[in-house]
Design a protein around this ligand. Sequence first.
Ligand SMILES: NC(=O)c1ccc[n+]([C@@H]2O[C@H](COP(=O)([O-])OP(=O)(O)OC[C@H]3O[C@@H](n4cnc5c(N)ncnc54)[C@H](OP(=O)(O)O)[C@@H]3O)[C@@H](O)[C@H]2O)c1
Length: 311
Amino acid sequence: MACKVLIVGGTGYLGKRLVKASLAQGHITYVLHRPEIGVDIEKVQMLLSFKEQGACLVQGSFNDHQSLVDAVKLVDVVICAISGVHIRSHHILLQLKLVEAIKEAGNVKRFLPSEFGTDPARMANAMEPGRVTFDDKMVVRKAIEDAGIPFTYVSANCFAGYFVGGLCQPGRITPSRESVILLGDGNQKAIYVDEDDIAMYTIKTIDDPRTLNKTFYLRPPANILSQREVIGIWEKLIGKVLEKSTISKEEFLIAMKSQDYAEQVGLTHYYHVCYEGCLTNFNIGDEGEEASKLYPEIKYTTVEEYLKRYL
Ligand SMILES: NC(=O)c1ccc[n+]([C@@H]2O[C@H](COP(=O)([O-])OP(=O)(O)OC[C@H]3O[C@@H](n4cnc5c(N)ncnc54)[C@H](OP(=O)(O)O)[C@@H]3O)[C@@H](O)[C@H]2O)c1
């Protein structure tokens, strides 16, 4: 059944895909248009293209509480994809204003905050400085739950563009045809998801009672792979074995210290994923659901298909 959906952060890397997926799945899709984007011509053009595709633009600002209340009053479901990657920008806590607006409006049947990564509830022992991402996301979760707002938290694991594109090497987003650096032994399993698939699964679940007040994990079975396995797929595609070197856990942590703050945040995340296996070292319990089990009919993009784009 068609829902009325408001997407906040709709011009972002993930947000634009959420808008596309929401329209494709037949929902009445509103996209927040913040006056603060001013003369950012690309964002304005993107918003206009959403409108052409059938979305409704709704004015609203994080500096104007009433405008947020009015925007969320229009819909059943609010999805926020506000920025949360330090090398781009990080505004996760701004969502507290959105939570206040949703609470006051009182009509929203489900809120999906900007998560879409590692499950922050499992990262209580994460390292500085990267733990800020998880801590801030947990602050938002607490506000949502304290306000009694129905929610779904999407744990999307690794965006393929960042991790698969760079063969799991931080600071690289295209695969080399010559060499690769293994993080440790390169055998820790991680989970990679095509960004369009993240959006598709997210929209699929917005009115599914099975994911209400739960964490929704995206674990496409064919994409649960170690760095070595990702490299192996690429090597098969290019018909060539890459030269390999290794960076140990200790060397990685020492090198991290000389980077600036934003880089260190990202490197901390790579550390937890690639050296510690934080995405795969637990089973999903009663508080969660897994996307490929709930929606086995969906054909997701495999790592091999994703890597073919770089040929
Ligand atoms: N698992 C992974 O590998 C991975 C990778 C990347 C991101 N993520 C997660 O995905 C989520 C979205 O990240 P993203 O990279 O897609 O974000 P992004 O493209 O950097 O930004 C998304 C949107 O945030 C809004 N925004 C930025 N600054 C703002 C401000 N000062 N005030 C209000 N809104 C502001 C803008 O939306 P409007 O201009 O449309 O309002 C922007 O388009 C985050 O939670 C992030 O942690 C996960």
